[in-house]
Write a protein that binds this ligand. Structure first.
Ligand code: SF4
Length: 249
């Protein structure tokens, strides 16, 4: 399933417009014609010290994600902080999608919430001999979802912050369930449970949205290994959470 097909599929656009929209924001039209939803979900983690030529990496004596022993972003860290820069991954986590993998040993279903690891080197629980063959999205049962993305060039960049939000409201607008997931600030999509919990039982008022945004901002830990300054990327988390929730409202 190429990203172009996913973005243009009428069934997806009708039932899961956020999934179609996120696909339409990935890379360029030419690459969306070749790249697939599976490829985007299994994307390698990214870091300014890793997404370089062999000679560039050799000039700094490499880093532990490949060929070296140290993390240049956080030198005392035992784990790699390269970021998950998939646009669809935060959404699949927010939607609680189920992924089916097949291998010579059989098949298994994995929740998107269990697929990603907190280490930029071991960033997937998928085994090398497994192929992703199906993605199962939950039935739309009164919830709505959206995705907003920060990047330098709106035409084709990777996200340096992505916010996926899923909300289910009662007839009077009271939030019954809310899930907020941050992308591109951590080696895995980050569910900000407290931000979602802060919305439950309330309407999506400006005050409730601001509170959820502040909680998400407090928990986001962008590091200095992608575009833009990390403290600014942290500062705008509440703005982007606010945009996502106001769109859902
Ligand atoms: S976060 Fe550290 S270990 Fe990971 S790719 Fe960047 S420099 Fe290398």
């Amino acid at each position: 399933m190429t990203l172009t097909r996913l973005a243009e599929d009428e069934r997806v656009r009708a039932a899961y417009p956020s999934v179609a929209y996120a696909a339409s924001t990935i890379s360029t039209p030419l690459l969306r014609n070749m790249g697939t939803i599976g490829g985007n979900l299994l994307l390698d983690t990214r870091c300014n010290y890793y997404d370089q030529s062999f000679e560039w990496r050799k000039s700094i004596d490499f880093c532990m994600k490949r060929d070296g022993d140290i993390c240049w972003v956080a030198p005392s860290s035992p784990v790699c902080w390269a970021v998950n820069s998939s646009d669809e991954a935060p959404l699949m986590v927010a939607l609680d999608a189920k992924l089916r993998f097949i291998s010579p040993d059989g098949e298994r279903e994995v929740s998107a919430r269990e697929l990603y690891g907190a280490d930029g080197i071991n960033y997937l629980t998928k085994r090398p001999d497994e192929l992703l063959v199906d993605i199962h999205l939950p039935a739309v049962n009164g919830w709505r979802a959206t995705y907003v993305k920060l990047r330098r060039r709106a035409s084709f960049d990777f996200p340096v912050l992505g916010v996926a939000a899923r909300v289910k409201t009662a007839a009077d607008g009271t939030v019954e369930e809310a899930t907020i997931v941050l992308g591109a600030v951590h080696p895995s999509p980050m569910i900000v449970k407290e931000a979602g919990a802060a919305l439950v039982g309330r309407r999506l008022t400006d005050e409730a949205i601001a509170e959820a945004g502040e909680i998400a901002q407090h928990q986001a830990r962008p590091l200095d290994n992608t575009d833009f300054l990390p403290h600014w990327r942290k500062q705008v988390v509440s703005t982007y959470v606010g945009r996502a929730l106001r769109e859902l409202r």
